[in-house]
Write a protein that binds this ligand. Structure first.
Ligand SMILES: C[S@@+](CC[C@H](N)C(=O)[O-])C[C@H]1O[C@@H](n2cnc3c(N)ncnc32)[C@H](O)[C@@H]1O
Length: 296
């Protein structure tokens, strides 16, 4: 079973208890959902990946009566609450990125260590896949997204090589081309940042994160809490800035004055947790113009 990252810290800030309703926006394999339900809360468990949700259902069967699953992206949280007839939440959790299942399923195309189709869609039923970007977008578009979404400094060089060598069918072909065009400069595989950038583009991750952060003061009730775990500074930065803006406008009280990182012990037991950063806030006040008829 997948080991949920910073679980103790997530629970400490979310304070799940009987009668509380907590939305897990990134249910994945259900690690955090399971622990929140075990503490007695009701969980609205969302993920845009239908296959992950199927696995999560299996993993959390013990508490099935307290968990409601929805295949939904961050931008659809309002619709999920409307469908559940819930006005506001006691807590919201987001543990960003991809799950171990997604990374280790070669056919999903997320991993540069395993050969698979160039897919990378978290929701396999929606939108263009990574192959559509690398095989059809212009060199400039590819260079821009590698730089912007992956902080890849060799973006132009890699984009030029991609456009010359395409079409690509598999992650292996693309990883090899990048390795030849822009050889290794540090320990990590030379295609790591390009793969991350492609994944973020395919899944519109920056836009989704913005939608999630914007929804927090609307969907979490006054006194309720939001916890966000990120794995890269490109994701932590917008979380930090959005939390600061909410605090400044009087809509939130930041609970983590400094970003919280996993304890040494957790990193030793689960090296994948190494880069995790957690931020938490408590919502205060009501949304502007709140009334019983306010839409979610
Ligand atoms: C790091 S995993 C979560 C693991 C989970 N907390 C657990 O303990 O099993 C992140 C999950 O978030 C999902 N995800 C990422 N971005 C999303 C978005 N914009 N909307 C919905 N789900 C998203 C991914 O499909 C993935 O399953």
């Amino acid at each position: 079973m997948h080991v949920p990252v910073m679980l103790a810290e997530c629970l400490e800030y979310l304070r799940p208890a009987p009668g509380k309703i907590i939305l897990d926006a990134t249910c994945g394999l259900g690690g955090h959902t399971l622990a929140i339900a075990a503490a007695g809360a009701t969980v609205i468990a969302c993920d845009r990946d239908a296959e992950s949700l199927e696995r999560a259902k299996e993993n959390t069967r013990e508490f099935a009566e307290r968990i409601r699953f929805h295949q939904a992206a961050f931008a659809q949280i309002g619709e999920v609450l409307a469908a559940e007839r819930i006005k506001q939440l006691d807590g919201l959790l987001a543990d960003l990125g991809v799950s171990r299942y997604q990374l280790t399923a070669a056919e999903r195309g997320f991993s540069l260590m395993m050969d698979g189709p160039l897919d990378m869609r978290m929701d396999r039923g929606a939108g263009p896949a990574a192959a559509d970007i690398v095989n059809f977008e212009s060199e400039k578009t590819i260079a821009d997204l590698l730089y912007r979404l992956g902080e890849e400094r060799r973006a132009r060089k890699i984009a030029r090589a991609i456009v010359r060598a395409r079409p690509f069918q598999t992650t292996g072909q693309l990883a090899k081309l990048i390795e030849q065009a822009a050889p290794r400069t540090h320990k990590i595989h030379p295609a790591t940042q390009a793969f991350m950038a492609l994944r973020r583009a395919v899944n519109q991750e920056p836009e989704q994160l913005d939608a999630l952060l914007a929804a927090i003061p609307r969907v979490v009730k006054s006194g309720g809490r939001a916890v966000v775990v990120t794995f890269m500074s490109l994701e932590d930065r917008p979380v930090k800035h959005s939390f600061q803006a909410m605090a400044k406008s009087g809509r939130a009280h930041i609970l983590t004055r400094h970003v919280v990182r996993p304890a040494e012990q957790e990193i030793r037991a689960n090296p994948a947790s190494r880069g995790a950063k957690l931020r938490a806030l408590e919502v205060i006040g009501e949304p502007h113009g709140n009334s019983s008829s306010e839409r979610l």
